[in-house]
Design a binder for this molecule. Structure first.
Ligand code: LMR
Length: 328
């Protein structure tokens, strides 16, 4: 009876705890740095786990660790190779140590809309870029869009010249650094989980991110306002270890890849709506959003676009041309 009771309890708890995996199931741990809900990546990760856990029950089990609770984006790349996690989705700005090709996605004012991003990522060039890191052990499973980025600072920013002398937190991206320098500001690379504190204590004056990150991380609470620049893309690479993927039973792998692909499409189709909602959430919560006139926006474009020249050698003109062509 005791063991029966113990068995009943374990089963009950296993069901009640979404992280509980059964013996014999392949455990797929997914670590990311953003909010678990109300955010394009958080929601996509949850959806992926739900589908894997329902449809691959008995074969595989996915556990999601949001909010940098397990690893930050630097550490997660090592953790993938060590087998401590099997999935991650760092932004494309964070792969500089592994490939310089992804600098493409960081070029300011490259993509005019999220639809253009979808067209590019579905093109041969976009798909080819999923595989550029296989030599160093990583395979991209898909691109998860997160939105276009906006600037915020501790003073009003209407023209790039307003950023002169200010220090901005950036991701680990040399393109972002060049962009901030072109504005006359200085850049500091910081992990995502440190941004709120750095803004609050004045370690940095400003930052650039999507509506969803600015809202869910509450950055707007410690900034004067957010300027709607839409200057650059934030998108993620859903990434795994090439060895881990190749080691899966072919049938399991195919089922998993099919689910990942469907979730990618479904999540990307919702991003624009989630972003607009979080923009409105900022306003409803008392945050200030500044819109630019076409003339003001043109100044941002003029200031930042020359940065492309510095990186076209790393990226390749052919890829830049293909990305630009996706705007039409
Ligand atoms: C950042 O570091 O600002 C972003 O890459 C965080 C994220 O994952 O959206």
């Amino acid at each position: 009876t005791v063991s029966l009771l113990a068995f009943a309890l374990t089963t009950t708890f296993a069901k009640a705890d979404p992280k509980g995996c059964d013996d014999g199931e392949i455990v797929i741990k997914f670590s990311h740095v953003v909010a678990a809900t109300g955010h394009p990546k958080g929601d996509a990760a949850t959806l992926l786990a739900k589908r894997v856990n329902e449809e691959m029950d008995g074969k595989a089990c996915m556990q999601v660790f949001p909010n940098s609770t397990l690893f930050d984006d630097d550490k997660v790349m090592e953790a993938l190779l060590l087998g401590d996690v099997q999935l991650a989705a760092p932004s494309l700005s964070k792969f500089e140590a592994y490939t310089l090709k992804y600098r493409l996605f960081d070029l300011p004012f490259l993509f005019e809309s999220l639809d253009a991003v979808s067209r590019f990522t579905r093109s041969d060039e976009g798909k080819g870029l999923l595989k550029v890191m296989e030599g160093v052990g990583y395979t991209g499973l898909g691109y998860w869009s997160s939105g276009l980025k906006q600037f915020s600072a501790n003073k009003p920013l209407l023209l790039p010249a307003d950023a002169k002398g200010l220090k901005f937190r950036i991701q680990t991206s040399d393109v972002a650094e060049a962009m901030i320098e072109a504005m006359g500001g200085s850049a500091q690379k910081l992990a995502f989980k440190e941004v709120y504190g750095a803004l609050q204590t004045g370690v940095v004056d400003g930052q650039e991110n999507t509506w969803s990150n600015i809202y869910t991380q509450k950055f707007f609470e410690v900034q004067d306002g957010v300027t709607e620049t839409n200057h650059q893309l934030l998108a993620y690479l859903l990434v795994t270890s090439t060895d881990w993927l190749n080691g899966l039973d072919p049938e399991v792998r195919d089922q998993f890849l099919k689910i990942a692909d469907e979730v990618t499409q479904e999540a990307n189709a919702r991003v624009a709506e989630v972003e607009q909602k979080n923009r409105q959430n900022i306003i409803d919560a008392g945050g200030k959003v500044r819109e630019l006139t076409p003339e003001q926006r043109e100044k941002w474009v003029e200031t930042m676009k020359p940065v492309w020249d510095q990186f076209k050698g790393d990226i390749g003109q052919d890829l830049i041309d293909a990305a630009v062509a996706s705007n039409k």
